[in-house]
Design a binder for this molecule. Structure first.
Ligand SMILES: [Zn+2]
Length: 204
Protein backbone atom coordinates (compact mmCIF):
# COMPACT_ATOMS: atom_id res chain seq x y z
CA UNK A 1 0.00 0.00 0.00
CA UNK A 2 1.25 3.47 -0.81
CA UNK A 3 2.16 5.39 2.31
CA UNK A 4 0.91 8.70 0.97
CA UNK A 5 -2.34 7.12 -0.03
CA UNK A 6 -2.99 5.60 3.39
CA UNK A 7 -1.94 8.84 5.11
CA UNK A 8 -4.41 10.78 3.02
CA UNK A 9 -7.17 8.27 3.77
CA UNK A 10 -6.46 8.69 7.50
CA UNK A 11 -6.40 12.48 7.16
CA UNK A 12 -9.86 12.37 5.56
CA UNK A 13 -11.12 10.20 8.42
CA UNK A 14 -9.70 12.67 10.97
CA UNK A 15 -11.31 15.61 9.18
CA UNK A 16 -14.65 13.84 9.34
CA UNK A 17 -14.31 13.15 13.06
CA UNK A 18 -12.11 15.90 14.53
CA UNK A 19 -13.09 15.08 18.11
CA UNK A 20 -12.12 11.44 18.01
CA UNK A 21 -9.06 10.27 19.94
CA UNK A 22 -5.76 9.02 18.54
CA UNK A 23 -6.62 5.56 19.83
CA UNK A 24 -9.89 5.56 17.86
CA UNK A 25 -7.94 6.36 14.69
CA UNK A 26 -5.31 3.76 15.55
CA UNK A 27 -7.92 1.04 16.09
CA UNK A 28 -9.61 1.87 12.78
CA UNK A 29 -6.22 1.70 11.09
CA UNK A 30 -5.39 -1.68 12.66
CA UNK A 31 -8.71 -3.07 11.43
CA UNK A 32 -8.14 -1.71 7.96
CA UNK A 33 -4.50 -2.79 7.64
CA UNK A 34 -5.34 -6.28 8.84
CA UNK A 35 -7.73 -6.55 5.92
CA UNK A 36 -10.78 -7.15 8.10
CA UNK A 37 -13.20 -5.07 5.98
CA UNK A 38 -15.07 -6.75 3.12
CA UNK A 39 -17.60 -5.08 0.91
CA UNK A 40 -20.82 -7.07 0.86
CA UNK A 41 -22.79 -4.70 -1.33
CA UNK A 42 -22.96 -1.01 -2.06
CA UNK A 43 -24.23 -0.13 1.42
CA UNK A 44 -23.12 -3.08 3.51
CA UNK A 45 -19.73 -4.22 4.78
CA UNK A 46 -18.66 -7.15 6.91
CA UNK A 47 -15.91 -6.46 9.42
CA UNK A 48 -14.05 -9.41 10.95
CA UNK A 49 -13.79 -9.11 14.74
CA UNK A 50 -10.37 -8.77 16.37
CA UNK A 51 -10.36 -10.18 19.93
CA UNK A 52 -7.29 -8.04 20.80
CA UNK A 53 -9.45 -4.97 20.19
CA UNK A 54 -12.15 -6.25 22.52
CA UNK A 55 -14.45 -7.78 19.91
CA UNK A 56 -16.68 -10.55 21.20
CA UNK A 57 -18.10 -11.65 17.86
CA UNK A 58 -16.32 -13.12 14.83
CA UNK A 59 -17.96 -10.62 12.46
CA UNK A 60 -19.79 -7.29 12.56
CA UNK A 61 -22.08 -5.89 9.91
CA UNK A 62 -21.89 -2.19 9.07
CA UNK A 63 -24.69 -0.61 7.06
CA UNK A 64 -25.06 2.81 5.51
CA UNK A 65 -28.64 4.02 5.49
CA UNK A 66 -30.24 7.47 5.24
CA UNK A 67 -26.88 9.20 5.47
CA UNK A 68 -25.79 7.30 8.60
CA UNK A 69 -23.72 4.29 9.47
CA UNK A 70 -25.07 1.53 11.70
CA UNK A 71 -23.07 -1.33 13.18
CA UNK A 72 -24.31 -4.65 14.51
CA UNK A 73 -22.29 -4.05 17.69
CA UNK A 74 -24.97 -1.45 18.56
CA UNK A 75 -27.22 -4.44 19.24
CA UNK A 76 -24.87 -6.00 21.78
CA UNK A 77 -25.10 -5.52 25.54
CA UNK A 78 -23.22 -2.23 25.24
CA UNK A 79 -25.58 -1.17 22.49
CA UNK A 80 -27.37 1.57 24.36
CA UNK A 81 -24.18 3.32 25.23
CA UNK A 82 -22.61 2.80 21.84
CA UNK A 83 -25.53 3.78 19.69
CA UNK A 84 -24.70 7.46 19.84
CA UNK A 85 -21.06 6.84 19.01
CA UNK A 86 -19.22 5.89 15.90
CA UNK A 87 -17.53 2.57 16.69
CA UNK A 88 -14.20 1.64 15.19
CA UNK A 89 -15.87 -0.98 12.95
CA UNK A 90 -17.59 1.93 11.23
CA UNK A 91 -14.37 3.95 11.29
CA UNK A 92 -12.58 1.04 9.58
CA UNK A 93 -15.27 0.96 6.89
CA UNK A 94 -14.95 4.70 6.32
CA UNK A 95 -11.18 4.31 6.06
CA UNK A 96 -11.65 1.45 3.61
CA UNK A 97 -13.99 3.56 1.47
CA UNK A 98 -11.68 6.58 1.60
CA UNK A 99 -8.79 4.40 0.52
CA UNK A 100 -10.72 2.81 -2.32
CA UNK A 101 -11.87 6.18 -3.60
CA UNK A 102 -8.38 7.72 -3.43
CA UNK A 103 -6.97 4.66 -5.18
CA UNK A 104 -9.41 4.96 -8.10
CA UNK A 105 -8.51 6.31 -11.52
CA UNK A 106 -9.12 9.83 -12.74
CA UNK A 107 -7.93 11.67 -15.83
CA UNK A 108 -6.04 14.86 -15.16
CA UNK A 109 -3.87 17.60 -16.51
CA UNK A 110 -1.82 20.08 -14.49
CA UNK A 111 -0.94 23.67 -15.35
CA UNK A 112 1.61 25.71 -13.41
CA UNK A 113 1.90 29.43 -14.00
CA UNK A 114 3.34 32.48 -12.26
CA UNK A 115 1.36 35.66 -12.76
CA UNK A 116 -0.23 38.64 -11.09
CA UNK A 117 -3.55 38.35 -12.91
CA UNK A 118 -4.82 35.08 -14.24
CA UNK A 119 -7.81 33.00 -15.15
CA UNK A 120 -8.60 29.69 -16.76
CA UNK A 121 -11.74 29.22 -18.79
CA UNK A 122 -13.11 25.90 -19.94
CA UNK A 123 -16.05 25.51 -22.33
CA UNK A 124 -19.35 25.74 -20.52
CA UNK A 125 -20.58 22.45 -22.01
CA UNK A 126 -17.84 20.66 -20.05
CA UNK A 127 -18.88 22.07 -16.71
CA UNK A 128 -20.06 19.30 -14.45
CA UNK A 129 -18.07 16.77 -16.44
CA UNK A 130 -14.68 18.37 -16.00
CA UNK A 131 -13.56 19.79 -12.67
CA UNK A 132 -10.99 22.48 -12.11
CA UNK A 133 -9.21 22.96 -8.81
CA UNK A 134 -6.85 25.82 -8.22
CA UNK A 135 -4.22 26.30 -5.57
CA UNK A 136 -2.53 29.67 -5.21
CA UNK A 137 0.55 30.78 -3.35
CA UNK A 138 1.95 34.32 -3.18
CA UNK A 139 5.57 34.27 -4.32
CA UNK A 140 6.32 37.98 -4.48
CA UNK A 141 4.44 40.64 -2.54
CA UNK A 142 6.84 43.52 -3.11
CA UNK A 143 4.00 45.30 -4.84
CA UNK A 144 1.39 44.82 -2.15
CA UNK A 145 -1.53 45.71 -4.39
CA UNK A 146 -0.39 43.39 -7.18
CA UNK A 147 1.33 40.40 -5.63
CA UNK A 148 2.71 37.73 -7.88
CA UNK A 149 1.27 34.24 -7.51
CA UNK A 150 2.28 30.74 -8.27
CA UNK A 151 -0.88 29.06 -9.48
CA UNK A 152 -1.50 25.39 -10.02
CA UNK A 153 -4.61 24.35 -11.89
CA UNK A 154 -5.61 20.72 -11.88
CA UNK A 155 -8.19 19.84 -14.49
CA UNK A 156 -9.72 16.41 -14.06
CA UNK A 157 -12.58 14.17 -15.10
CA UNK A 158 -13.80 10.59 -14.85
CA UNK A 159 -13.09 10.03 -18.52
CA UNK A 160 -10.10 10.70 -20.80
CA UNK A 161 -11.58 13.76 -22.50
CA UNK A 162 -9.72 16.44 -24.38
CA UNK A 163 -10.32 19.94 -23.06
CA UNK A 164 -9.93 23.15 -24.97
CA UNK A 165 -9.18 25.91 -22.50
CA UNK A 166 -8.23 29.57 -22.46
CA UNK A 167 -5.52 30.53 -20.05
CA UNK A 168 -4.83 34.16 -19.27
CA UNK A 169 -1.68 35.23 -17.48
CA UNK A 170 -0.92 38.96 -17.10
CA UNK A 171 -2.73 39.95 -20.27
CA UNK A 172 -1.40 37.13 -22.39
CA UNK A 173 -4.14 34.75 -23.45
CA UNK A 174 -3.34 31.29 -24.73
CA UNK A 175 -5.55 28.63 -26.24
CA UNK A 176 -4.73 25.24 -24.80
CA UNK A 177 -5.68 21.77 -25.81
CA UNK A 178 -5.39 19.58 -22.76
CA UNK A 179 -5.36 15.82 -22.99
CA UNK A 180 -6.41 14.47 -19.63
CA UNK A 181 -4.27 11.46 -18.81
CA UNK A 182 -4.87 8.67 -16.36
CA UNK A 183 -3.68 9.08 -12.81
CA UNK A 184 -4.98 8.19 -9.37
CA UNK A 185 -7.30 10.36 -7.38
CA UNK A 186 -4.95 10.69 -4.43
CA UNK A 187 -2.34 12.34 -6.66
CA UNK A 188 -4.95 14.95 -7.62
CA UNK A 189 -5.85 15.45 -3.95
CA UNK A 190 -2.21 15.81 -2.95
CA UNK A 191 -1.85 18.53 -5.55
CA UNK A 192 -4.98 20.43 -4.70
CA UNK A 193 -5.95 19.87 -1.11
CA UNK A 194 -5.92 22.90 1.12
CA UNK A 195 -6.01 22.11 4.84
CA UNK A 196 -9.44 22.87 6.29
CA UNK A 197 -9.87 26.41 7.51
CA UNK A 198 -10.39 26.94 11.23
CA UNK A 199 -14.03 26.27 11.84
CA UNK A 200 -16.32 29.27 11.79
CA UNK A 201 -19.43 27.18 12.24
CA UNK A 202 -22.07 28.49 14.57
CA UNK A 203 -23.66 26.11 17.00
CA UNK A 204 -27.13 26.78 18.21
ZN1 LIG B 1 -19.30 -1.61 15.71
Amino acid sequence: MGDELIELAIERLREGFPNKSKSWIRRALVRFMRGTVREFNENTWVVRGLPELGDKYPTYVVRFKDGRYYCSCFESSWGLRRRSEVCTHIAAVILYRNYKRLDSDVYASVINIECTDYYLEIPSELRGKVKVVKSVRVIDATDKLNPRHRVTYVIYADEPVEVRARLACDGEVRELSLKLTRTRRYIVELLTHQPPQPSSAHFS
